[in-house]
Each structure stands twice: as C-alpha cells, then as structure tokens.
Design a protein around this ligand. Structure first.
Ligand code: PEP
Ligand code: MN
Length: 345
C-alpha cells in the first residue's frame, strides 16, 4: 500500500501517519522527497483499512498495490482451476459445459421430461430450484427437499449431475445427498456466514454475482469459500442492475474476460437471469462462449410460458436444442474443443 502525503503536509501529519502504520503488521518504507513524503507499507496489507488513512490530515492519496483477494487471484494459482465432478464432467477446462433446467422444480413429469431433453441435447448438468428466493413472500417458494429428491432421481436416470440453490446454512446438510453442486444466488453473494459454511464442505459451489456487485466483491466473496479449504468454486455472471429498463438486468459480458484475467476460477454465464427474455437468451449465450465463459446456465421448460417462475426468460425445449447446436459451432470457433462434455448421447 502506498500513502502519498500532500506537498504541504506538516511534520506532525507525517508523524501521525507513520505511527499509525508502525502499529500495523507491515514493514514501512519512507521516502522523503524535496516536496513530498511517501510511505510504502509492505507485508500483510490485506487487513489495512484504506479509508482510515485517506481521512488522516495531510494525506493526499492512498493506493492499494496488492489485490485484496489472495486465493482467488491468479498469483495464487497460475493455471486455470478445473472443477471435476464424479462422472468425469469438468467446468473450467477446455470444454464448455452446459447447465440447464427449470427455474423451479414443479412436479415429477416436468423434471423428468426436462432431464431427458438435457441429456439428449448433450448437456451434463440438470439445474432446478427447490428453495426459491422470490421477491415476494407470496410467490411460489419451491418444493423443498421433496423437489430435490425428484430432480436427483431424474438426473440419476439420465446420467446427469445436479445443481440447486442453497439459501441458508440449515439447508446444506439436507441437500448434500441430492446435489452435485450448490448454487449461491445473487441475493446471497454477500451472505458471508453461508459462504463460510460452504467452505467447509467438499462439493463444488457455483457463486452468482450479486445484483449490484463489483467483480472485486464477487472475488472477495469467493475467498470466503476458498479460505475454508473448498477450492471448487465456480463464478457466475448473471447480469447486474443498471439504468437500462428494457431487460431484467444488464449482462456484463466484459466481466467474463476480466474475471479470467484476475482469477483462475471458472466462470459460468447465465443469460436467462441476465436478460429476463427468452428472445435474448441465445444471443447472449453465444456471446458469452465467444467471450471465454467456461459454461452456460440456461432455464428451460417444456411449457416455458407456464413456468411457475421466470417464465419470460425460459427457453422451450426445441429452442434449447437449437442453442446447443449453435454453441458447438461457437465453441469450436474459439478453440474450446468439440464440447465432448456436451456430446450428443
Ligand atoms: C436462479 O438461479 O433461479 C436465481 C434465482 O438466480 P439469481 O440468484 O441469479 O437471481
Ligand atoms: Mn430463475
């Protein structure tokens, strides 16, 4: 961390900053120039509070040089993290993965029909919500564990892996037998107690970007899981709130190459929640693969318009099949293999 003092900072101002730094767990280097004094703090600077120094008298500017996230950063892990699942499927390797399913598990017939379609289209991951974070407490809240059991059975029958959202710590234990990957939704990206608890399990976690979260905040949230020893974290860009009103959110495609630059963790793109419109989903899915996403997460349903939640953004099954064919072309064009993960069964 660098602290540049103002040109007219008094010796007392400089002393106050120096003394504040000396009680921190860092090495302090002072440069006294002809007009300006500069401090460099080296060592465990992650714990330093920049704001505390910015408001001290005589301070002109405070810069953090090292990144605040350690385990999620490229410096910690040079190669890309490849999350491996029990059946050999991977997220983060050369191959693009596809995670598809309904917003909410509704009934047996619905989830079995979808599972068969997901398998036939060549995707590996069946995703469905059993615990739904709804804006209204009066909206459908999900089937809970009975729903997860249905999805697990449908996945087993078709050789698929399951992904489902966990909303609170008490659900982790009961969900464990039925999910291969825990999703943390946008609203819970900063539920730090939940993240810490997910750091204690040994199953992958798909962490969605918060509605108004910066990339740095997303990476810091992942740090809560990683620091517990769970290194299988998959990040997810699902759109952020902007001033644009024509779509549910604004899909930040540029977050994909930026996350890739800053972090070794895989990144999934969710064009369904990002746009909220089924007519926009295929274009954004293709753009995300072209931009370097490691996987695509889409909502699909045989009667998309009748989905109990997120109907407008849900693809019909034939639209999903068509999208899979298009994604294979884009994946090959950007050197992401032949989507073996997504080979037609
Ligand atoms: C979901 O995945 O169904 C969901 C609620 O997404 P998000 O947390 O991104 O809003
Ligand atoms: Mn949804």
């Amino acid at each position: 961390m660098i602290i540049a003092m103002q040109e007219r900072a008094s010796e007392t101002d400089i002393e106050i900053v120096l003394n504040a730094l000396l009680v921190e767990d860092v090495n302090v280097h002072r440069t006294t120039g002809a007009t300006q004094t500069i401090f460099a703090a080296v060592g465990s600077t992650a714990k330093l509070d920049l704001n505390k120094y910015e408001v001290l008298p005589g301070v002109q500017k405070v810069h953090r040089i090292s990144l605040p996230y350690k385990l999620a950063g490229r410096a910690f892990h040079q190669g890309n993290t490849v999350v491996e699942f029990a059946n050999g499927a991977t997220i983060g390797g050369e191959e693009i993965a596809v995670i598809a399913g309904p917003c909410a598990i509704e009934n047996r017939e619905q989830i079995f029909t979808i599972a068969r379609c997901v398998k036939a289209a060549g995707a590996n991951f069946l995703r469905g919500g059993a615990f739904k974070p709804r804006s209204s407490p009066y909206a459908f809240q999900g089937l809970g564990i009975p729903g997860l059991k249905l999805m697990h059975e449908a996945a087993q029958e078709n050789g698929l892996l399951t992904v489902s959202e966990v909303m609170e710590i008490s659900q982790i234990e009961t969900m464990l037998p039925y999910v291969d990957c825990f999703q943390v939704g946008a609203r819970n990206m900063q539920n730090f107690n939940l993240l810490r608890e997910l750091g204690q399990i040994r199953k992958p976690v798909l962490l969605k970007r918060g509605i108004a979260a910066t990339i740095e905040e997303l990476l810091l949230s992942s740090e809560y899981i990683l620091s517990g020893g769970n290194y299988d974290v998959i990040l997810c860009e699902r759109g952020i709130r902007s001033y644009e009103q024509s779509m549910r959110n604004t899909m930040d495609i540029s977050a994909i190459p930026m996350v890739k630059k800053l972090s070794h963790l895989p990144i999934v793109a969710d064009p369904s929640h990002a746009t909220g419109r089924r007519d926009m989903v295929p274009a954004m899915a293709k753009a995300a693969v072209a931009a370097g996403a490691d996987a695509i997460l889409v909502e699909i349903h045989p009667q998309a318009d009748n989905s109990v939640s997120d109907a407008a953004q849900t693809l019909y099954l034939d639209q999903f099949e068509k999208l899979m064919d298009e994604l294979r072309i884009i994946a090959a064009a950007v050197g992401r293999g032949d989507m073996r993960n997504c080979a037609v069964a």
